[in-house]
Each structure stands twice: as C-alpha cells, then as structure tokens.
Design a protein. Sequence first.
Length: 93
Amino acid sequence: MSDIDEIIAWIHERELNAIRISLTKTGADRLGWLEDAEYFKQAVALMSANKALQARLDVLEKLTSSCNSCWANLHWINEQEKLTKAALKETGQ
C-alpha cells in the first residue's frame, strides 16, 4: 500500500468514526459530527481523484517519452535515407 493509500484509508477511518460518534449525539452536536464526516468524505474523494490523475499523468509521461524516442529514430532513418540517396546519385545509380 502506498503512502497516499494509507493516508486515504486513515481519513476514511476518521469519516466512519465521525459517523459512529454522530449516532450517539443529538442536535447541534450531532450536526457538527456529520459535518466533520462530510469533510472527511470530500477529502477522500479529492485525494482519490488526485491519485487517479497522477496515475494518468504517469502513463502520459511514459507515452511522451516513447514518442520522443520514436521521433528521434524516425529522424535518424530519414537522414540515413537522404545520405543513401545522395551516395547513390553520386555513383550514378
């Protein structure tokens, strides 16, 4: 489990604890605990979304790196083709 997963799990546990505590309270005190639970729920959602976006970014960075390598290879192939054509032209072929 990654550090971010551990943090998400910890915050989720806080959410569940706030809900459990709210069940033992009444009135404004209960509403306060429910507000806390909602805060923790939103924090978990945001952190989970951030984690998913980071994973997508990692994939895009790998793809970009691969594409850059492909472009470099394509450029080298094009240059070799030009040199080969020029050499063939000089030899009259």
